[in-house]
Design a binder for this molecule. Structure first.
Ligand code: AMP
Length: 818
């Protein structure tokens, strides 16, 4: 990755007039007078510098021809390794620190910002030892897994040892007494008695979050038993897909269903002939029902699905055979409930019970369908990271004679499980103790100890440039990083994705097909005089195209960018999810909370919560996308100065991110790009911001996306859970400063009206009115139409703003089917 890749001002010129003139076509437009002046001064000093340099060069090469001049080698040459050969590479000169009168030009980014409160560093995150590593004390052999499956799991998935949750859950689900296991090793409380016969009739509650290996904890026993039943069947219909569905896995999101199928696929070819028929498939909505029906007619022995679509098929698809159903897994049960699926789940359970009562009984136990290797009744498995009240209620209603299994224990009741649940080594979110109720004041959470959490207090105006700096620093430090950036709403996702793809100087193509940097350069003309208007950046340029799965970033060079949100077409969501999952090189995913839970995105190295989470469980789910299975990971949280109190709210739950200063991030970026003096960091930051703002001004798509993202973000901000609204309230937002975080120079009123402003007084009046309007809008009883804008952001107390949550979820069409 080059040191200076063109994001910083790339201005050069030939011999010019003595007076420093900023070309008219480069003069900043829009925004406040003060901002425009500061911007103009920055440009002026850059032009002055370019002219001075050009003169010096002419002195050295007096005979340079005009043809040679027009090639402008110094300004257009790529950055040299020594970081000092061209105008672009001389930060001190370029920055304006030595501009006319040697007056240092400060970007308006650093003026009038609120004071950044000092936050005590916790400093206890050094030398971390992994707390969720794969345990090596036991083996799949020890927990009784079929030999062929073991071999194939090792060969195809590279998995040789069970995780703690697998050690405990697999024996219970296989239904055999097994010696060993993590619970026995832990030896706590009334843990699983290894000598006791485990009835095959137990339903199971698996308390584990994604990242702990919980999907295989239920899939491996299902395959194990189906394969055994196939091997031992001597009569009846041969095992085939036409027997219908044996296991249903219900997931809250389509992506999670997809992930379950992906995990199951290698298992379906694991034990030769005996497993070939156990085909995994899914019905998740988002595709034509007719094609789902025909796949169900063929038979899907292991079916992953979302609740709405499953209920629909159970009620309406005659060819959907569930006569032999032996397992119903409710994966991410807490999330299913949060999304308002309680009623749908109830109906599904009732319908399946009714179908089981009415099914035609087949006698004998030598066919696959009646094999004693399979459970004699349907086993319900409920997976959840938490043991909250609503989850406990669901467990009471749906589980018969259950075992409560966690990474460290196996219990007969939820209460026993809750009392020993803290400190589970492989869950990203241990259940609260001693009272595991949602919202109970004493809730505390634990995260993998090797996860490094940081919080950055960043004034609104500096948010964008600090994010850019943070990303650039991350990839500089670790070029193959995989980063997820969480944003408040889908419009912000689209905007950031687009801006970071095209907003860098060198790559942003303009209307006439020229690179933005070239256009800027051309705009100066050979003699530093304004060039003809046609050389200016066009008002159109790149557009946001549905068909692009990823884009190369021009702002963070060498990095592929992805985006994911609930309003994208299902096909694109799936493709993006798979592409980012499989990405081996530097990549960033911009996403809403649609990617916060359940998804297993391998090898994610960093999480950036650019917008704060909707509530604390969301914080945990977001950061839980990294530091999985014992691997290293880091997570940073951006907060506004007005949001500093959120650190206390986190601390009350046992979450103490280290403090990282915005200044250190910006300084690091300046250093990485060749700045030689510490003071240059502000100028560098100003240049980056200015470049991005110019891009937004130059591109119709970018400015449309920026305005939309700005407005949607403010609306979404108003949906924070009521318990946290004293910290996150629109009243505390400075709308003018916030515009900068969207690379907008215009004040919010102008964003809405699209008109230019005239005077400072006008500005101030409009600002005040705008603030009043925004506050009023946030207080107003909301409509469902607005719910579409915020998409899947509102995990928490959205009822107050958007009406009943279940309805909103469906209307918002976010991350579930229904
Ligand atoms: P899950 O918790 O099911 O989302 O799984 C998280 C990740 O762990 C997936 O990529 C699995 O392939 C992986 N995994 C599951 N079990 C093991 C294991 N025993 N050893 C190593 N990786 C595993």
């Amino acid at each position: 990755m080059a040191d200076d890749d063109g994001l910083f001002l790339n201005l050069g010129a030939g011999a010019g007039p003595a007076r420093t003139v900023v070309p008219a076509n480069l003069r900043p437009k829009g925004g406040r007078w003060k901002d425009r002046m500061a911007e103009r001064q920055l440009l002026k000093s850059a032009v002055w510098q370019a002219q001075r340099k050009s003169k010096a060069q002419q002195g050295a090469r007096p005979a340079a021809s005009s043809a040679q001049k027009s090639e402008r080698p110094a300004a257009q040459a790529p950055v040299d390794a020594d970081g000092g050969a061209s105008a672009r590479q001389r930060p001190r000169e370029r920055s304006g620190a030595t501009g006319p009168g040697s007056k240092q030009v400060m970007s308006s980014l650093f003026t009038k910002n609120p004071e950044i409160p000092t936050v005590a560093r916790t400093g206890d995150q050094e030398n971390r030892v992994s707390s969720n590593a794969v345990l090596d004390t036991s083996s799949f052999e020890g927990i009784g897994l079929d030999d062929d499956m073991r071999a194939s799991v090792a060969e195809k998935m590279g998995i040789v040892k069970p995780t703690a949750i697998q050690q405990n859950a697999i024996p219970v689900l296989i239904g055999k007494p097994i010696l060993g296991g993590a619970a026995a090793a832990a030896g706590g409380g009334d843990a699983f008695d290894v000598e006791r016969e485990v009835s095959v009739e137990h339903d199971v509650f698996i308390q584990a979050a994604t990242g702990s290996g919980k999907t295989l904890a239920y899939l491996l026993p299902i395959f194990h038993r189906l394969i055994r039943a196939t091997a031992l069947a001597t009569s009846g219909a041969p095992a085939s897909r036409s027997l219908g569905t044996f296991a249903i896995v219900l997931t809250p999101t389509r992506e999670l269903a997809q992930q379950v199928v992906e995990t199951a696929l290698p298992l379906s070819h694991s034990a030769g002939r005996n497993s070939g028929w156990i085909v995994p498939g899914m019905v998740i909505g988002g595709e034509k029902k007719q094609s789902e029906k025909s796949r169900l007619r063929k038979g899907i022995p292991l079916l992953a699905c979302t609740p709405g679509r499953l209920l629909d098929h159970l009620e309406n698809t005659k060819s959907f055979v569930v006569d032999h159903l032996r397992w119903l897994v409710l994966d991410e049960a807490d999330r299913l409930l949060e999304l308002g699926f309680a009623e749908t789940l109830e109906k599904i359970l009732a319908l399946l019970d009714e179908k089981a009562r009415n099914k035609v009984r087949v006698l004998g136990h030598r066919s696959v369908a009646t094999s004693l290797e399979l459970p004699r009744r349907r086993i319900n498995v409920l997976c959840s990271a938490t043991l909250r009240d609503n989850v406990k209620r669901l467990a009471n209603e749906s589980l018969h004679n259950p075992k409560f299994v966690s990474a460290t224990s196996i219990h007969d009741s939820a209460d026993q499980a809750a009392s020993t649940a803290t400190g589970d080594s492989d869950t990203e979110m241990a259940a609260p103790a001693p009272a595991p109720d949602a919202g109970a004041g004493g809730d505390r959470y634990s995260l993998p100890s090797q996860l490094v959490q940081r919080a950055l207090i960043v004034p609104a105006k500096l948010r964008l440039v600090t994010l850019v700096a943070q990303l650039r620093n991350t990839f500089r430090r670790q070029p193959a990083s995989k980063v997820i950036v969480f944003l408040l709403c889908k419009d912000s996702v689209d905007f950031m994705y687009f801006l970071l793809a095209h907003g860098g100087a060198e790559a942003a193509a303009t209307a006439d097909g020229k690179a933005y940097a070239d256009d800027l350069f051309d705009a100066l003309g050979d003699d530093g005089a304004p060039a003809k208007p046609s050389a200016l950046p066009g008002k159109s340029g790149p557009t946001l195209r549905e068909e692009d799965i990823s884009l190369e970033s021009s702002v963070v060079p060498g990095v592929d960018l992805y985006r994911l949100h609930g309003s994208m077409a299902q096909k694109r969501r799936t493709e993006t999810f798979l592409a980012f999952s499989r990405a081996q090189s530097a990549s960033v995913l911009f996403t809403t909370d649609v990617a916060a839970r359940g998804l297993d995105l391998p090898n994610v190295t960093s999480i950036v919560q650019f917008d704060p989470p909707a509530d604390i469980p969301s914080y945990l789910h977001r950061v839980g996308r990294t530091a999985r299975l014992g691997r290293a990971g880091e997570a940073s949280l951006f907060l506004l100065p007005s949001e500093t109190k959120y650190l206390d709210a986190l601390a009350a739950k046992g979450l103490r991110p280290d403090d990282e200063t915005m200044e250190s991030v910006l300084k690091q970026m300046a250093k990485n790009t060749g700045a030689r003096k510490a003071v240059e960091w502000q100028l560098r930051a100003g240049e980056v911001q200015s470049r991005l703002e110019q891009f937004v001004l130059s591109s119709a798509t970018a400015s449309g996306l920026a305005k939309q993202a700005y407005l949607s973000s403010i609306r979404a901000y108003a949906t924070h859970v009521s318990a946290e609204r004293h910290i996150f309230h629109v009243r505390f937002l400075h709308f003018g400063h916030l515009a900068k975080a969207f690379a907008l120079r215009e004040a919010p009123t102008q964003v809405a009206s699209g008109k230019g402003n005239n005077t400072k007084a006008d500005d101030a009046r409009k600002d005040r009115k705008d603030r009043r309007d925004q506050e009023q809008a946030a207080r107003k009883k909301p409509t469902f139409k607005r719910a579409n804008d915020i998409s899947e952001f509102a995990v928490g107390d959205v009822g107050a703003y958007f009406g009943p949550r279940a309805k909103r979820t469906r209307d918002a069409g976010s991350d579930s089917d229904a």
